[in-house]
Design a protein around this ligand. Structure first.
Ligand SMILES: *Cc1c(COP(=O)(O)O)cnc(C)c1O
Length: 394
């Protein structure tokens, strides 16, 4: 049960880790003259920024720390409101809450990402940012979201934790808004166990995000510059071993995505004629990670019947990816005076109650993707899964 990168661990990761361990230098900083200091974290940051086509990359300890560092980088202040979709992993909300920000939830549409039609009426004088989440490997409708952000002078932080390598109209996700936050945990496109990345083109956002991730230090510090720090920060640093694994995985990302797209299109073709459902809308079908194949049934009854028959579940049951299942977040929203009961986002509730995920590359029961194929599935296995799905739909 993991993401596609985990299925493709091999000699490359082993060699990269061994090299770091043999040199004995595991901390991200070191002396330029030390031959044992391999700059692996710094290299990952440069390579990932290059891969995304942006100026700055920052490696962190997790997707959650990437979100927190980015929210700090954008200069958001306690009491500011951030518009976030009602369908996302719990960390999209908690990162805001721990920064003193107020997550204001909005509906999703049939792409299972933030519904651009449900943003504007949620904007108040306190709204400072939108956090579109590229759920399940495909991008949000970024043209419309960016237009709304521009009109209302809002910042945009893309939560790309489920979509490393995805693009929107030729641009990598994370590079369309002001900042992008990525996760390298085991369920994502590529992984290093845990870990995260931040990207941006803005030097100031980068510098503050860097400071947040490392006790207020400036980027590329060599020592401790006492007296010159303008801000406080925490420790969200990545270490050299983690970066070695992440770099080896980054080397495989394009092949991973190409393989998943091929397998998913095979599966999609085979099940296309089964009745009473449609595939979720893809805001950019060519830029999709194809980690999942999301089905939206016409009725709740059909969704329950099919997912049960396959030993899976509908997406409204997918734990801490659905606002209605997050009792602690709901309790917090209640205290803040915001909608806090199941049913507060009826469009999201309806879509999720009729949706199911078929795993293609991300095999994760927690995401409602415990059934399907994986990146190593043969044609025969894909045909067998398709047959089972068609049977279950009858
Ligand atoms: C996984 C995920 C996160 C958090 O990433 P971690 O690395 O687990 O901290 C945040 N947002 C979304 C949408 C995610 O899927």
């Amino acid at each position: 049960m993991a993401g596609p990168g985990a299925y493709w661990f091999g000699q490359e990761e082993i060699d990269a880790v061994m090299r770091v361990v043999q040199h004995g230098h595991l901390f991200r900083y070191g002396s330029e003259d030390d031959p044992n200091f391999l700059h692996t974290v710094a290299t990952l940051e440069k390579e990932f920024a290059k891969y995304c086509g942006v100026k700055f990359g920052l490696a962190t300890s997790s997707g959650t720390s990437s979100l927190i560092a980015s929210l700090a980088g954008l200069g958001l202040k306690p009491g500011d409101e951030v518009i976030v979709p009602a369908y996302t992993f719990v960390a999209s909300y908690t990162s805001c809450i721990f920064m003193g920000l107020i997550p204001v939830l909005a509906e999703i549409d049939e792409s299972l990402t933030l519904d651009p039609n449900d943003i504007e009426h949620r904007i108040t004088p306190r709204t400072k940012a939108i956090m579109p989440v590229h759920m399940l490997g495909n991008s949000c409708d970024m043209d419309r979201i960016m237009a709304i952000a521009k009109k209302h002078n809002l910042l945009v932080l893309e939560d790309c934790c489920q979509a490393a390598g995805a693009s929107y109209k030729g641009k990598k996700v994370g590079t369309i808004g002001d900042m992008g936050a990525f996760s390298l945990n085991v369920f994502k496109t590529i992984n290093s166990g845990d870990g995260g990345l931040v990207v941006t083109n803005d030097a100031n956002f980068y510098e503050v995000a860097f400071g947040m991730h490392d006790h207020g230090h400036k980027p590329s510090r060599l020592g401790v510059e006492v007296g010159s720090r303008k801000m406080m920060g925490l420790n969200f640093r990545m270490n050299e071993i983690t970066a070695a694994v992440a770099l080896a995985q980054l080397g495989k990302i394009d092949k991973i995505i190409a393989t998943l797209r091929e397998k998913r299109s095979k599966l999609k073709k085979l099940i296309a004629d089964a009745k009473d459902f449609k595939f979720r809308t893809l805001n950019d079908a060519d830029g999709d990670c194809a980690t999942l194949c999301t089905i939206i049934f016409n009725t709740r009854e059909q969704a329950v019947k099919v997912s049960k028959a396959l030993g899976s579940k509908t997406l409204d049951q997918s734990g801490w990816h659905v606002y209605a299942n997050m009792e602690h977040v709901l309790a917090h929203l209640k205290k803040t005076g915001l909608p806090h009961v199941k049913g507060a986002y009826p469009k999201t509730d309806d879509i999720l109650s009729r949706a199911m995920n078929i795993s293609i590359g991300v095999v994760d029961g927690g995401l409602g993707a415990g059934w399907g194929i994986n990146i190593n599935s043969s044609d025969e296995e894909i045909e067998k899964a398709a047959q089972q799905f068609i049977e279950a739909c009858r």
